[in-house]
Design a protein around this ligand. Structure first.
Ligand code: SAH
Length: 377
């Protein structure tokens, strides 16, 4: 037997299986939390008290949990509510109506979330993975590759934290209550399927088990992982499915969304229509408008033919160019013609607002710029 040199294992030195964060109450349903509290030798009702602080009152500081005996407060909070997210940067724009947070996770991985306040609702856009393995060439996160899946609680905690920001009243002109969550931050949600579905259940369970959001106000966005889309359709959830299509033809989609090499446009749309018919929910078709790449009138017509008569809505996203990219957003007249043709084909179409551009608001750009500056680039 040969002896191997002993390597010092500092943080991050153990490659292979990435280290998941410590367990948090948001990883568990209420029964699971009660069992855990009992294991710690405390009465089971403490689980409900802690959950009420975290999900109901958006309180995470043990000092504020005055209904718990001072002696056990810190110990319970340490066991059930470890800090998962450390804010590295928090930026605001649009007069404070858009706020972006960059978080460092326990292992140093960076993820981001965005809060968007509107007159009638507050939406947060959250990450499901650190990085992403889907390699879409126009997306900043796609360039960096996948670091790891987020835990259920790391996903939920982004929304709970930003719900607390909204509740503090800083988002002027918006209701104080978080109402909508979109899985359009970093990562491919359906590639972290079980944790994302658990996170949806936590976000939608009534307080104190969860945050009490409506399933209809949750959107899961996917590159089109067909088996996971079909599995989602069978969950009997009424969340909105968004499909990042970006091209109506396989030749171009193979390049823009590389997973298309595995599941073609026809298959992915089939799975989308299956989702629509099983849930009765309109599928949102995401389409980034990229100048001279996917914005030709003939592609609008082809897309119109694929979607006409279906339970679908097209959401055109002006491309947010990533640093160093050869691609740019489509000119406005080209975009208007694209919209006109889709509507003429009877397809409901809107153009997404471009919130948060000046704070690297979209698609992994904040994390990319942080990594870039850390590297001295
Ligand atoms: N992985 C999931 C969710 C994350 S991205 C998905 O692909 O759907 C959310 C949306 O932003 C997707 O439609 C994605 O294609 C789009 N997107 C990514 N980078 C973009 C960019 N630079 N400009 C415009 N939209 C972008």
């Amino acid at each position: 037997m040969t002896s191997l040199p002993v390597l010092p294992l500092g943080p991050g030195a153990a490659r292979g299986r990435p280290a998941m964060p410590p367990r948090h109450l948001a990883d568990l349903d209420l029964a699971g939390r009660q069992a855990l509290v009992a294991e710690l030798g405390e009465p089971a009702f403490r689980a409900r008290q802690l959950s009420t602080h975290y999900f109901g009152r958006l309180v995470r500081d043990p000092a504020q949990m005055t209904d718990l005996p001072a002696a056990t407060r810190a110990r319970l909070a340490e066991s059930l509510m470890p800090d998962l997210l450390t804010a590295v940067r928090e930026l605001a724009c649009d007069d404070g109506a858009t706020r972006k947070a960059l978080w460092r996770l326990h292992d140093g991985a960076l993820v981001e979330s965005v809060l968007m306040g509107y007159p009638d609702r507050v939406t947060v856009c959250i990450s499901s993975q650190a990085g992403c393995g889907m390699a879409c060439p126009f997306c900043a996160t796609g360039q960096a590759g996948l670091t790891r899946n987020l835990s259920t609680a790391e996903i939920v905690d982004q929304a709970v934290y930003l719900a607390g920001v909204a509740a503090s009243g800083v988002v002027a002109g918006s209701p104080p209550r978080l109402s909508h969550v979109v899985f359009m931050g970093m990562g491919e949600p359906l590639a972290n399927y079980t944790r994302v579905i658990d996170a949806v259940r936590r976000l939608c369970a009534p307080a104190p088990e969860g945050l009490g959001l409506s399933q209809r106000h949750i959107t899961i966005s996917t590159v089109g992982l067909v088996p996971a889309m079909r599995r989602l359709a069978a969950e009997e959830l009424s969340v909105t499915l968004a499909l990042s299509l970006h091209a109506p033809d396989d030749e171009l989609r193979d390049e823009l969304v590389p997973v298309n090499q595995r599941w073609k446009v026809a298959e992915v749309l089939d799975a989308a229509w299956d989702y629509a018919s099983r849930t009765g929910r309109r599928v949102s078709i995401e389409y980034a408008m990229i100048r001279d790449v996917n914005d030709q009138p003939w592609r609008a017509d082809l897309l119109g033919r694929l979607l006409a008569g279906r339970l679908a809505h097209v959401n055109l996203i002006p491309l947010n160019p990533t640093p160093g990219s050869r691609w740019d957003a489509s000119p406005k007249p080209v975009e208007r013609e694209f919209v006109r043709r889709l509507r003429e084909a009877g397809v409901s179409t809107t153009v997404r607002d471009t919130r948060g551009r000046e704070i690297d608001g979209a698609c992994g750009q904040l994390a990319a710029s942080e990594t870039g500056s850390a590297d001295g680039r």
